[in-house]
Design a protein around this ligand. Structure first.
Ligand SMILES: O=P(O)(O)OC[C@H]1O[C@H](OP(=O)(O)OP(=O)(O)O)[C@H](O)[C@@H]1O
Ligand code: HPA
Ligand SMILES: [Mg+2]
Length: 173
């Protein structure tokens, strides 16, 4: 069945905010190389759009974790599917997420990655849904704070669909 998607944040607004974040990071990391880590799969669209706009040198790596599977509710268990390819020791790491919801995924990743002794560590998320937080945690940089709705698009899926939508939307029943 075709589902109708309502736009919550349109493409131009998302892109303008990503440009602002890129400018902020480029200033903060002047003279350094940012090692950006994308959390698969949701962060890929945000990561690419952000990376293209950074004016400092960039290296990239990916981790894959999953806790939602095909559900719209977190299973409560974060499962590591793929670890990083390279060591982050001594590097200026920026972890890129599409959304911080319960906070479980980021809490799990932050605990693992901080133990690996990066020179610095920051978390950037495109979306923050603070109403559903079960772990006390704040990202360093947030694109948009959103209400408690299950969103899709710009990398975010519902049962693996809609990641390719160029805007943030909500499925209207
Ligand atoms: O704050 P939380 O409640 O942990 O939710 C946020 C996480 O959930 C989603 O990942 P998902 O498990 O759906 O994997 P995916 O990125 O492959 O879709 C999203 O991409 C975040 O990584
Ligand atoms: O609102 C959401 N949409 C898609 N994936 C998610 N993972 C956590 N929250 C969400
Ligand atoms: Mg998902």
């Amino acid at each position: 069945m075709e589902q109708k998607i309502d736009v919550m944040i349109d493409e131009a607004t998302v892109e303008a905010r990503i440009a602002e974040i890129a400018q902020q990071l480029s200033k903060e990391y002047e003279g350094k190389t940012i090692h950006i880590i994308g959390v698969l799969k949701g962060s890929v669209f945000f990561m690419c759009e952000l990376a293209k706009r950074l004016t400092v040198p960039v290296t990239m790596d990916f981790m894959s974790v999953s806790s939602y599977g095909n559900d719209t509710k977190s299973s409560g268990v974060v499962k590591m599917i793929k670890d990083l390819d390279e060591s982050i020791e001594g590097r200026d790491v920026v972890l890129i997420e599409d959304i911080m919801d319960s906070g479980r995924t980021l809490s799990y990743l932050i605990n693992i990655l901080k133990e690996r002794k990066p020179a610095s560590f920051k978390v950037v998320t495109l979306l923050d849904k603070p109403d559903r937080r079960v772990v006390e945690l704040e990202p360093d940089i947030t694109g948009f704070v959103i209400p408690d709705r299950f969103v899709v698009g710009y990398g975010l899926d519902c049962a693996q669909k809609y990641r390719n939508l160029p805007y943030i939307g909500v499925i209207s029943e």
